[in-house]
Design a binder for this molecule. Structure first.
Ligand code: NAD
Length: 329
């Protein structure tokens, strides 16, 4: 399916990925008629002109009908989420996103939507397969037998299956991507919902500015992860939506690093070396996680490839600007 010229709504458009997605879809020639988020417009990371920007709570069914009206494509990214510090302490809130996903699917079905994109997560994967820092990259089938991240991961897995059955039973074409740790500018970098790359950029900047050359790291720093730069995320999202991939698929980088290596890179960008304090009782998630990209390569002949160092330079520079702007406000 060629998306060019098709009408679309992006749900969760005031958030990090949703904001970038609206912009990239418009650049591609998709007719994004509507962008929806529950946050007041002033709090959206990006607001695109010439788009109907609506503040709606998509847990409410009527709002979902309003969002889906008259569009062919739905991008459903709205979710109550954050980094490990948020999802480990707000399991019920994370699971309540099931209302948003359910009502959006029903509204899409009833409104004649042709394609529905759902942003799932690597948090659906079986925890037993992520106990070792020396991870074997996760293949799509490793989501079963099910033992996902409590709360957030269960909700994502359930909603993935709803997409599958809405396609089987009602003919609503669904595309499901399992995002692995997305990072970049114009996203959350403070306040408790931020994820590791943004949190580390902020902490390194705070240490540098204060002259107190210390950093707190959650866990022992040996946990391994891969991080996908936002431009790869929006590119992959578009390609998956256009494709004939009828099963959940990994969308993540396969460049594996330890959290200590992530800190090394950010220190290097900042030109500082900090004393590390390890907070072993902090939420740290699984010990190791990486994306197996065999399937996306087979389907698309492509996988996320922007190097972590390059993406972190952009992210760091943006957070530095934000911090300066706050100081001078
Ligand atoms: P984000 O928090 O920046 O964006 C999510 C947006 O959804 C927020 O702006 C929020 O206000 C909005 N929202 C929440 N509840 C809503 C509701 N009831 N009605 C309308 N809007 C609502 O997060 P993000 O990083 O941009 O994530 C986007 C999607 O990708 C989410 O579904 C998330 O679970 C998924 N995901 C993200 C990552 C990542 O690393 N960022 C990884 C895996 C999956």
């Amino acid at each position: 399916m060629n998306l060019k010229g098709e009408t679309a709504v992006v749900c969760g458009a005031g958030g990090f990925i949703g904001g970038h997605l609206v912009r990239s879809l418009l650049e591609k020639g998709v007719n994004v008629v509507r962008a929806v988020d529950v946050k007041p417009l002033d709090d959206w990371y990006q607001v695109s002109p010439h788009v109907e920007n609506l503040v709606l709570d998509l847990k409410d069914k009527d709002s979902c009908y309003q969002a889906a009206e008259g569009v062919k494509l739905v991008y459903q990214l709205a979710a109550d989420m954050g980094g490990m510090g948020f999802i480990e302490n707000n399991r019920a809130l994370c699971m309540l996103s099931v209302l948003t996903n359910t009502h959006m699917l029903v509204a899409a079905r009833d409104s004649g939507v042709e394609r529905f994109f759902y942003s799932s997560s690597a948090c659906v994967y079986n925890g037993d397969k992520q106990k070792d820092e020396n991870v074997i990259p996760l293949k799509e089938e490793d989501a079963y037998p099910a033992l996902p991240e409590d709360g957030y991961g269960w909700e994502k897995l359930f909603s993935e299956r709803m997409c599958r059955h809405f396609e089987e039973d009602f003919g609503l074409q669904c595309r499901v991507a399992r995002f692995h740790n997305v990072y970049g500018p114009l996203g959350t970098w403070s306040g408790g919902r931020e994820k590791a790359p943004a949190a580390i950029c902020r902490k390194v900047l705070e240490a540098k500015t204060s002259g107190k050359h210390e950093i707190e790291i959650w866990g022992d720093g040996h946990q391994t992860r891969s991080f996908m730069y936002i431009d790869d995320c929006t590119k992959g999202t578009q390609a998956i939506m256009e494709s004939d991939i009828h099963e959940p698929i990994n969308l993540g980088s396969s460049e594996l690093v330890t959290i200590n290596q992530l800190v090394d890179i950010v220190e290097d960008i900042a030109g500082v070396k900090l004393k590390r304090r390890y907070k072993l009782d902090a939420p740290k998630g699984v010990n190791g996680r990486n994306s197996d990209n065999t399937k996306i390569q087979q389907y698309l002949g492509w996988e996320p490839s922007i190097r972590l160092r390059a993406g972190l330079e952009q992210t760091f520079a943006w957070i530095e600007k934000e911090m300066h702007a706050l100081e001078n406000a």
